[in-house]
Design a protein around this ligand. Structure first.
Ligand code: KG4
Ligand code: ZN
Length: 348
């Protein structure tokens, strides 16, 4: 006889005292976190295998999966210990089910389902992109809606109108490279190493951002395009081999940040947003953070710039999104799998 594997029912109502263990393994970070009531972060542990990927100039899926297998148990144990709670206090286990690398995702999903079964608590599958949106709310639960969130990572660049928890509308996205991908590719071309975003951020401090006028983004929509500016960098450096690398880095960074900020401001005006929030790894960029605050001050709306640790991949945002999902949709079936190409479901 086969039965569909049902996740346990929550022990009680989902409220401010509900404790969620979040697990994140979609890329190279193995992370676990304990969050109470959707926004009270009791612990957040992040271990990355990035050093092992540096010689290859990018994340190697097989290496990432193996690192997750080695790290997942100690990282979860550390998160529980640092939270100072008993295992019996955990009411649900949430894990990223996509998007991401399939082998990497499966490690976190398997760990979360096993713990949910052993502890007899619900399992909650979380969309990594939705979790990035929650990262902002985690550090400032008082945010007012509607909000426009710019989600900029290595795999995504999207402008999302957030009308409330779980209510999203896609306003624009990249039509080619993600912003983080462009940072990584340009850094590799300039010989600045991997990961490229932080390397360009650092190098730009020594350069003149007005040295080279790289093209800004595309015309008349809220979509982005970064392959043009990447190609311009390559063409410029080939034509001018003596150019100062720091000037190229600073000019490239300014071109990317200019288009991100300009489109976000326009989106905020169009939807009458009360604030502009940043999320995703590229939100750790120094120039973007400064310009974001400045633009919001000029436009009289609230700027929300999460801490750098909350911008990059972490499990606190997974636990927070899991808490909201558990309240709105209930537990996820233990039959559910991982979905490498998962999208943030929203209308457009
Ligand atoms: O969100 P994230 O940690 O992982 C996913 O892609 O989901 O984002 C990683 C991306 C990489 O492309 C990295 O180069 C970029 O974020 N990044 C930055 C900075 N720090 C990380 N880009 C620009 N400036 C930074 N300081
Ligand atoms: Zn991410």
């Amino acid at each position: 006889m086969t039965t569909s594997a049902r996740s346990s029912r929550p022990r009680g109502p989902i409220d401010e005292s509900t404790v969620v263990l979040g697990i994140e393994t979609s890329c190279d970070e193995t992370a676990a976190s304990i969050v109470m009531g959707g926004n009270d972060v009791l612990s957040s542990v992040v271990s990355t295998s990035i050093e092992q990927h540096v010689p290859f100039g990018g994340v190697v899926p097989e290496i990432a999966s193996r690192a997750h297998v080695e790290l997942i148990v100690p990282v979860i144990q550390q998160a529980i210990t640092e939270a100072g709670i008993a295992e019996a206090r955990i009411d649900a286990v949430a894990a990223t089910v996509g998007p991401g690398l399939i082998g990497a995702l499966l490690v976190g999903v398997a760990a979360a389902k096993s713990l949910a079964l052993v502890w007899d608590v619900p399992f909650v599958g979380v969309n990594h992109l939705e979790a990035h949106l929650y990262a902002g709310l985690l550090e400032d639960p008082g945010l007012e809606f509607p909000l426009v969130v710019l989600l900029v990572s290595g795999g995504h660049t999207m402008l999302v109108e957030m009308r409330g928890p779980g209510e999203y509308r896609l306003l624009g996205e990249t039509i080619d490279d993600a912003a983080g991908e462009a940072f990584d590719k340009v850094a590799r071309f300039l010989g600045l190493g991997y990961p490229g975003g932080p390397a360009i951020d650092r190098e730009s401090r020594f350069g003149d951002p007005t040295a080279i006028a790289f093209p800004r983004a595309i015309p008349d929509s809220l979509d982005f395009s970064f392959s043009g500016v990447k190609t311009s960098v390559i063409n410029h450096v080939r034509k001018h081999p003596d150019v100062v690398t720091a000037d190229v880095a600073a000019s490239f960074q300014t071109a990317v940040v200019d288009s991100l900020v300009a489109k976000a401001r326009r989106a905020a005006r169009e939807v009458g947003a009360k604030g502009l929030a940043l999320g995703g790894g590229v939100a750790a960029n120094s120039l973007l953070r400064d310009r974001w605050v400045q633009a919001c001050a000029e436009d009289g709306i609230r700027a929300f710039v999460p801490s750098r640790a909350m911008c990059t991949d972490n499990a606190a945002m997974i636990a927070a999104a899991g808490w909201h999902r558990l309240g709105s949709d209930g537990p996820t079936s233990l039959d559910a799998g991982a979905h490498p190409g998962l999208r943030l479901t929203m209308d457009r």
